[in-house]
Write a protein that binds this ligand. Structure first.
Ligand code: FAD
Ligand code: SF4
Ligand code: SF4
Ligand code: SF4
Ligand code: SF4
Length: 413
């Protein structure tokens, strides 16, 4: 029996999944077993679309389709939890297993604490994450720095600190440090990210710490909850995965790599936030760059914390309809509502039509708020003050009473 806190090497028993998987296919085998055994009704994972730059969400109910999601897509910058909130009513009535990077896990907690997702119905299969590369930036990097036509690339991977591509006629790897020194490489939010082993998930899976003959052929699993323990135990006894005790040296190396990545995250924070300036200078930079905004609402649509039925940025008394660029109030509303809870997932920047560094601006504020109030978003179910209100109930109360005093029930309790 597997228990919470256990660490193990695991790989798929099925030969096809073993071959297709990034590191032995344990994740795919676990997902398939969960679906087959009806532990979950569906799986939400990620699969390759047109090419390696095109990571698409895959919602699967037929176990035979699971193998199509095997493999890691490092240009897969998408965030999965909001899909469940938007299109499946926050999975109130169905159980779903989801492959989660650290930012996915953090987004799940932020949505769940606002009653937008039922976490009891979610099994989070976490994957360690050193970072992802924006598809547009990846194409540019491969063309300019690797000197390869990005359309010829059929596989990419990140291994031992290198970004490696395989293409018609060869393969090439360049150190990520070198790429990032020259402005290529991981997304800016990923460089600052400090959720490398997602222990908020039910299990955390990765290649760090897999040694010897198992290197590249097995996944290191850290079991983070009872739910995770049950999932792994059932797959083990059901014959879906094989497991082995991890090499103690591997456990040590994994710990060291994580520590080094966290240090790197701190260094990038220091660098990025310092470059933003302080006080009025920082404000001026943000105002100046935000003045490119075309009010496409993509930052709001894709932010896991923006879920309001009636968004204040659409109220004519705050934001003049039809005015582009919108007044700075448009951005101030987001800063006021989100900055205490921003998980630095990067969606608002990645998907901004005008390449405004929205995630950097919001993250810079979040860390200041964290210093002041100690609230760490995305870590667990601890709510920030605003999350104590239920959006729909709060709106109904305002309508019924005609009061303009929001969140009254919280402060009066
Ligand atoms: P598989 O059986 O191949 O299953 C992989 C699963 O990941 C599939 O369910 C697939 O849908 C899902 N997936 C693929 N791309 C994405 C994506 N972009 N977002 C969400 N889900 C996705 N491990 C480390 O130890 N160190 C790292 O630095 C590291 N970086 C990673 C970066 C990314 C972007 C990803 C996706 C994974 C990373 N991993 C890292 C995890 C590692 O690559 C393997 O996913 C893990 O070891 C499981 O291997 P497997 O063979 O069991 O997975
Ligand atoms: Fe990975 Fe963190 Fe970037 Fe998410 S934000 S893709 S967890 S490095
Ligand atoms: Fe993610 Fe941006 Fe929302 Fe922060 S503000 S949680 S970076 S989308
Ligand atoms: Fe986001 Fe605020 Fe709009 Fe809600 S009201 S969707 S928190 S900007
Ligand atoms: Fe403005 Fe960018 Fe947000 Fe669109 S995504 S509304 S351009 S800040």
């Amino acid at each position: 029996m597997v228990a919470k806190g256990d660490m193990l090497y695991a790989w798929a028993k099925d030969a096809d999944i073993l071959k297709k998987g990034e590191c032995g296919g344990a994740v795919t085998a676990l997902l398939k077993h969960a679906l087959e055994s009806k532990a979950v009704d569906a799986v939400l994972a990620v699969k390759k679309g047109q090419d390696v730059y095109d990571a698409v969400p895959a919602f699967i109910t037929d176990p035979a389709e699971i193998a199509s999601t095997a493999g890691s897509l490092h240009c897969g910058t998408l965030l999965l939890p909001k899909i469940l909130k938007k299109y499946l009513d926050g999975v109130k009535d169905m159980k779903v297993a989801v492959t989660c990077k650290g930012c996915d896990v953090m987004a799940f907690y932020e949505l769940a604490k606002r009653n937008q997702i039922n976490l009891d119905n979610v099994v989070m299969i976490g994957v360690n994450c050193g970072g992802s590369v924006s598809p547009v930036a990846a194409r540019k990097m491969i063309s300019e720095k690797f000197g390869v036509d990005p359309n010829l690339v059929h596989k990419e991977e990140i291994d031992k600190g290198q970004f490696i591509i395989e293409y018609e006629g060869g393969h090439k790897g360049i150190k990520i440090d070198e790429l990032e020194d020259e402005g290529y490489g991981r997304r800016s939010n990923c460089r600052r990210c400090k959720m490398k082993i997602p222990r908020g998930a039910d299990i955390a899976c990765g290649n760090w710490g897999v040694m010897g003959d198992k290197a590249g052929k097995a996944t290191f699993i850290e079991v983070c909850s009872e739910k995770g323990a049950n999932l792994v135990s059932a797959a083990q006894s059901g014959g879906a995965i094989e497991t082995a005790t991890p090499d103690p040296k591997g456990i040590e190396i994994r710990g060291k790599v994580e520590k080094a990545m966290l240090k790197l995250g701190d260094e990038w924070r220091e660098k990025d936030f310092t470059a933003l300036g302080t006080g009025k200078d920082r404000l001026k930079t943000i105002m100046n760059e935000s003045s490119k905004c075309i009010k496409c609402f993509s930052c709001i649509d894709n932010c896991p914390i923006c879920y309001c039925v009636e968004c204040s940025t659409k109220k004519p008394w705050f934001i003049t309809p039809g005015q582009v660029p919108p007044g700075f109030m448009f951005h101030l509303i987001r800063f006021a509502h989100i900055s205490d809870s921003c998980i630095n997932c990067g969606q608002c920047e990645e998907l901004c039509a005008m390449d405004i560094r929205n995630a950097l601006f919001m993250h810079a504020q979040q860390v200041e708020i964290e210093k002041m109030f100690g609230h760490v978003p995305g870590k667990d179910m601890t709510p920030p003050i605003h999350a104590l209100a239920e959006e729909k109930a709060e709106r109904a109360r305002l309508d019924a009473t005609g009061t303009d005093s929001i969140y009254q029930n919280i402060f009066s309790e």
